[in-house]
Design a protein around this ligand. Structure first.
Ligand code: FAD
Ligand code: EPU
Length: 353
């Protein structure tokens, strides 16, 4: 029997921990549960929202629909001469999975340590950190097709992974529920220690365990723990701009941080926000985090409007100062539909929020 809660409080189910609720909250532990929920005639007209741990979510309103907690569990390992193959159900906890692979000598995921969320959500924005992205370790993704109610499989190639992007945010948005992810980890492992200060934190020969520990250490020093202070990680994506615009900005701001991205440059949004003196900028109970300017925190009983007001101010300031349009990485759910900052603030530009 599935557990269904009407008028459920959602604050425990998203890491901003802002008080809000939904019409129904239901836990799905199998593909059959998912099919039952999505084909329930009583819920036919209600919007539905799959949720892992809500670590990339902001609810901007009461959610007048069915929030579906993905609790599909289980993992399997097979191997051949060259690879370990992991098949992981979508509801497995990502950070626990990474730790388990490191402890069981199946290296390859260690750079992605401590990223909150479920394994099945990881492909959606192609999670990335410390020099690797999910696409580098992904073999396949399985999903329930919400039109045919059949399970389909995509190869990593077919997932069209990009920076914080995949087919699940594009053509398959709203049409697919991820149920299982396959990983392919080469036995001929090579360490990736090129990102930032990672190398300096590792003594001697790098091992997966040493990298795992170093990544955990850097993350814990910069990123606020959502159990202590609500947040959803980087609020904005790092913007990609032309190299001519970057060169121009560099003349004015010699310390600006950017990395090559094809012919373009990916700029560190944290630097842009920090350099605009926005660290600590607050509205009500929300503010720009003082150790990582790309993170917005709920430091004191923030409302969604507090977070949105901080985000809008950051976006406006960055636009005015550098002519760079920030896009948010965090997904917004409104009353019945996914929404975004521009849609919320357009037309309200003259009101003081
Ligand atoms: P949720 O927030 O629950 O859902 C995210 C989106 O996916 C929603 O739109 C939801 O409807 C949809 N969804 C959820 N499950 C499914 C499913 N099974 N099928 C279809 N759609 C689904 N991200 C990084 O890439 N790198 C980082 O380093 C990083 N660091 C973070 C640090 C902190 C402290 C926090 C709070 C977040 C961080 N994030 C990072 C963001 C977050 O961890 C990832 O986006 C993660 O993949 C979200 O997983 P989740 O299960 O919590 O997703
Ligand atoms: N910076 C500042 N001030 C700040 C923050 C950053 O000057 O307040 C500078 C740093 O000094 C550094 C550069 O900006 O030179 C990049 O900073 P950092 O290494 O902290 O990474 P980031 O670009 O801010 C990205 C991801 C993170 C991921 C880290 C590590 C995005 C949007 N964010 O952050 O992912 O963990 O790199 O790889 O790409 C997330 O997506 O939620 C997330 C946390």
């Amino acid at each position: 029997m599935m557990h269904i809660t009407p008028q459920a409080e959602l604050s425990r189910h998203h890491t901003f921990s802002i008080k809000t609720d939904c019409d129904f909250l239901v836990e799905a532990s199998s593909v059959e549960d998912l099919i039952e929920i999505y084909s329930n005639p009583e819920w036919e007209d209600l919007p539905k929202l799959p949720l892992g741990t809500g670590s990339n979510m902001l609810f901007t309103d009461h959610f007048a629909g069915v929030a579906v907690l993905n609790r599909l569990k289980g993992k399997q390992v097979t191997e051949d001469e060259s690879f370990y193959f992991l098949e992981v159900a979508a509801g497995e906890d990502w950070p626990a999975l990474v730790q388990w692979t490191v402890e069981n000598d199946m290296p390859g995921l260690e750079n992605l340590a401590l990223i909150p969320g479920c394994a099945g959500t990881a492909p959606i924005q192609n999670i990335g950190a410390y020099g690797i992205e999910l696409k580098d370790v992904c073999d396949f993704v399985e999903y329930l097709d919400l039109q045919s109610f059949t399970v389909k499989r995509l190869t990593a190639e077919q997932c069209q992974f990009g920076y914080r992007d995949s087919i699940f945010k594009q053509q398959l948005s709203g049409k697919a529920l991820i149920t299982r992810v396959g990983f392919k980890l080469p036995k001929n492992w090579s360490p990736k220690t090129g990102y930032g200060a990672l190398q300096q934190l590792i003594e001697g020969e790098p091992t997966a365990k040493k990298i795992f520990d170093a990544v955990c250490q850097v993350r814990q020093s910069k990123l606020p723990d959502p159990r202590v202070m609500g947040n959803a990680g980087s609020f904005f994506k790092n913007p990609v701009i032309s190299s001519s615009q970057f060169d121009e900005l560099k003349l004015h701001y010699p310390s600006i941080v950017g990395y090559p991205a094809g012919d373009d440059i990916k700029v560190a949004a944290g630097w842009l926000i920090d350099n605009a003196n926005l660290k600590g900028y607050s509205h009500g109970g929300a503010r720009v985090h003082d150790r990582q300017a790309l993170v917005i925190v709920n430091f004191n009983d923030a409302t969604a409007l507090d977070v949105l007001s901080v985000a809008w101010h950051v976006k406006q300031t960055v636009w005015q100062k550098y002519q760079i349009a920030l896009e948010h990485e965090v997904r917004f759910m409104g009353r019945t539909h996914e929404t975004n900052l521009d849609a919320i603030f357009e037309g309200k530009a003259n009101e003081r929020l």
